[in-house]
Design a protein around this ligand. Sequence first.
Ligand code: ZN
Length: 475
Amino acid sequence: MLPQKRGRIPSRIAVNCYGTVLAVCLLFLPTAFPLQQDQPRVLLVSFDGFRWDYIYRVSTPNFHYAMKNGVHVKQVTNVFITKTYPNHYTMVTGLYAESHGIVANEMYDPILNETFSMNKMEIYNSKFWEEASPIWVTNQMEGHKSGAAMWPGTDVKIHGVLPTYYMPYNESVSFEDRVARLIDWFTSEEPINFGLLYWEQPDEMGHILGPENPLMGPIISDIDKKLGYLMSELKKAKLWDVINVIITSDHGMSQSSSERLIELDQYVDRELYNVIDYSPAVAILPKEGKLDEVYEALANAHPNMTVYKKEQIPNRLHYKHNSKIQPILALADKGWEIVHNKSDHFLLGNHGYDNILPEMHPIFLAFGPAFRRNATKEAMNATDLYPLLCHLLGINPLPNNGSFNDVKDILAEVVPRQPYPEARETESYAYFIGISLGSILVLFFLFVFVKHLTCSQINTMHVQHTEIAQPLLQD
Ligand SMILES: [Zn+2]
């Protein structure tokens, strides 16, 4: 055996020392460093149509409790058009609607010659979703598990992938059942690291009553109770201290009125065009050869309606570069509705307007170990949520229109935060004993090991010096 090799091969005693130290470390790691065992966990919640200022309408103690325990972003600029499907897909892709391809709740793809409608089975046509790849697909590609409770698009196979666990869309499943499934998934033996939760209210009642209706008060109170229920279930499941939760929405709501209707039939023959998507951002597909005629008829028809040819749509709306955006867009001013005529059905609340309008903006709260506490931020873009989620999950974001830099100031500098006060006096005590005992034992074995190593190194050095010296002397 060559002498210089001997020095590098640990002796039997040293191997035993390594083994013992390793065994002791492994023995104490679970007790001493429980947080390192926890993978990051994130829950994204959307209360459809929850306008940013609803929390000031009536008493919302649970929203305010969440704000105290986390971050409140006052104004979130969502994406145009401010409708449900485009914005839910933006939250999970970080892309503007023109880039992720879900450009409306109702779509026509002239290349595929196929339609998409939020209330029909057509939404399961994967081709409409595959211009982008949502975060659950990336999360699973990187070896994690995702769980989705009714989030739009999560029961559609996108690029051949469904969330690890998901609930086929069914409006009649209660909020409590959706929460229960998510808690199961987060606490199972092979837990998810990412959950998505969707609830249809207060959007539905906002449409029916109108957001300014005092009857919205009890609807908002009910959402507050649901948030309270979610938080109490997270505490019961011992997830409260380890999970990062984002409470947000896709859009706000604006008050409509039968006094503010724009009737297309007054300006243009209905035979010349088809309406693909409805008020207040009306997607118009003129019949062949009728583009200019329809546009000219509508362009200056009504002072509260702006009509664009597709290529004229302002760049700031990021709503131009997609074949599913129709040749003409007629956009109503806030509070106005575009209909064929007064016999059309319309609702007292609506959204879909310019995303610059505060009335279209959603709520945004975030709490959990990664976030600052009792903090506020003035503004962010909805596209920034995706890079933030990827950061929280420790996965690589795909190219997107968001900016992590613009939102990183909502993160806590020191992680983790303090445990929830009612929680874990005894656990902290055990944690302290575990750390102390583990450290003493590790130091003891390190001492024994280093002592042994020093002795064997001194012996080896003698040999090594001889080895180096010999060839030199031979020369
Ligand atoms: Zn919505």
